[in-house]
Design a protein around this ligand. Structure first.
Ligand SMILES: Cc1cc2nc3c(=O)[nH]c(=O)nc-3n(C[C@H](O)[C@H](O)[C@H](O)COP(=O)(O)OP(=O)(O)OC[C@H]3O[C@@H](n4cnc5c(N)ncnc54)[C@H](O)[C@@H]3O)c2cc1C
Length: 460
């Protein structure tokens, strides 16, 4: 078997794997990157980018439909899915080309094929064996289903949902987490009748309860039906429709059932178990420096328990490359990773929820600033709020440990929010900074003014 040696061998060319490869090459390492499908992985081809393109098309559709409300004579003539897909695929292919160029320009050896990890430090692809001084496992995740619920026909996952050639009349979305509510939002804007089914008591259940409440209110206004705290019991499909049964006895008929019940780690049949990689429920266990139990073997991205987000993968990839290079990068604080749900309205957060903050800090203070007092939000006709959580009781000094936002475009405010959290800033620090008027960002500043005890456009 031909053997090739490199400083670093990365298995999986998604957000985590390619970021690690790029940074390692930048630091002077020879790098082999093994990818069985397309460089860029889930995020670029199946996840973040295609879904956000669909959400942008959805926003344009809403603007056309609602133009009359602000005196712009417009109406939505319809959604041409072929056109939407051409736009979406164009965005993906431009980014894909750019990424391919980047990998080439850094002289990374891209090996196209299915890799199998072989201990202690090799990846085998076909007849070739790539031996690394260090190996990084970054094989990503796949859409899960529920026992007895087979994907096919009218039962689809996000993989099929991003490629539909028509807008269904009626959709049931199984799962009210990030992916579920984003698709619910797109389908509704495109004109479908949408029902979200979530077993937990609220939509976006990983977010602060405040965010769930505001999102649910907005979905009600948008006439997106949702059923929370109710379990799915089965689905039957015919040539004409799919009938979804719930534990409550209710049956919902639809044209499509989108299964969005979470993503499982892609770790089977890749040699991990045989090589003795420590795993739990299919996830690879790694310490805070992303080292597995095997010497010289790291793991990162969606296969490591925690937030399944592209930018977490990017950061972990950079971290591992720098750790290998001996730069001793600081450990990534998982709570400091920003989270954005891009439905309409958006949900964005960083840091702790109120419940987590109470558990960690005991005494806390919370403040909610309504976007109703914010000029730009009024202009955009959006409703929502910003909730801040401070460690320590009212009247004491303490950093802001949680920021939760709901409203159109609030995802764009997460940049400042994550600086506040990650730099342990206090409300007074932010209150002293000037926020441009009229922006939604100003609401962020005003929330901190209010938390610092000097509210401007809000009641104390
Ligand atoms: C619908 C959807 C929307 C999303 N939206 C967002 C968003 O807006 N923002 C965000 O931050 N995150 C989003 N995500 C999540 C994001 O896509 C993932 O967190 C991210 O892609 C994880 O990166 P990764 O490198 O761990 O894995 P992946 O991107 O899954 O990459 C793993 C790669 O490894 C390859 N691979 C696997 N096994 C092998 C093998 N044996 N040999 C060779 N190659 C192999 C795969 O082909 C794949 O390319 C979304 C996900 C989905 C599904």
């Amino acid at each position: 078997m031909p053997e090739h040696n490199a400083d670093l061998v990365v298995l999986g060319g998604g957000s985590g794997g390619y970021a690690c490869a790029l940074r390692a090459a930048e630091l002077g390492m020879s790098v082999v990157l093994v990818e069985r499908d397309k460089l860029g992985g889930t995020c670029l081809h199946w996840g973040c980018i295609p879904t956000k393109a669909l959400l942008h098309a959805a926003e344009v559709a809403d603007s056309a439909r609602e133009g009359e409300k602000i005196g712009v004579q417009s109406s939505l003539a319809g959604i041409d899915m072929a056109g939407v897909n051409t736009y979406k695929d164009g965005v993906v292919s431009r980014l894909y080309k750019g990424l391919q160029g980047l990998v080439k320009s850094r002289k990374i050896t891209l090996v196209e094929g299915t890799g199998r990890f072989e201990g202690p430090n090799a990846v085998v692809v076909g007849e070739d064996r790539y031996v690394g001084k260090k190996v990084v496992l970054a094989t990503g995740s796949y859409s899960k289903s529920l026992p007895g619920l087979d994907i096919g026909g009218r039962v689809i996952t996000s993989n099929e949902a991003i490629r539909l050639d028509h807008v269904p009349d009626r959709v049931v979305v199984l799962g009210g987490g990030v992916i579920g509510v984003e698709f619910a939002s797109v389908f509704k804007s495109f004109g479908a009748e949408v029902t979200v089914v979530e077993a937990l008591p609220r939509l976006v259940p990983n977010e602060d309860e405040f965010a769930s409440k505001l999102l649910e209110r907005a979905f009600r206004r948008r006439k997106i039906t949702f059923k929370t705290g109710v379990k799915f019991t089965g689905a039957k499909q015919t040539d004409d429709n799919v009938t979804v049964s719930l534990e409550s006895g209710e049956e919902i008929e639809a044209d499509l059932l989108l299964v969005a019940v979470g993503r499982g780690p892609n770790t089977a049949n890749a040699g991990f178990e045989e090589a003795g990689v420590a795993m739990e429920r299919g996830f690879v266990l790694a310490d805070e420096r992303l080292r597995t139990n095997l010497e010289n073997v790291y793991a990162l991205g969606d296969i490591v328990p925690g937030l399944q987000l592209a930018h977490r993968g990017f950061q972990q990839g950079i971290f591992v490359a720098e750790d290998i290079a001996g730069l001793n990068p600081p450990v990534i604080d998982e709570a400091g990773i920003p989270r954005v749900t891009y439905c309409e309205p958006e949900v964005a957060s960083v840091g702790l929820t109120e419940a987590q903050a109470r558990e960690k800090h005991g005494e806390i203070q919370t403040l909610t600033y309504d976007l109703g007092g914010n000029g730009k939000s009024q202009i955009l006709q959006t409703q929502g709020a910003i909730k801040l959580i401070k460690a320590g009781a009212e009247g004491t000094q303490g950093p802001v440990v949680g920021i939760h936002m709901v409203g159109a475009r609030v995802g764009e405010l997460i940049g400042e929010a994550q600086l506040v959290y990650n730099w342990d800033a206090q409300a007074e620090d932010v209150a002293a900074l000037v926020h441009a008027h009229p922006t939604q960002n100003e609401a962020f500043g005003e929330a901190h003014l209010a938390l610092a005890g000097k509210p401007l456009h809000s009641h104390s």
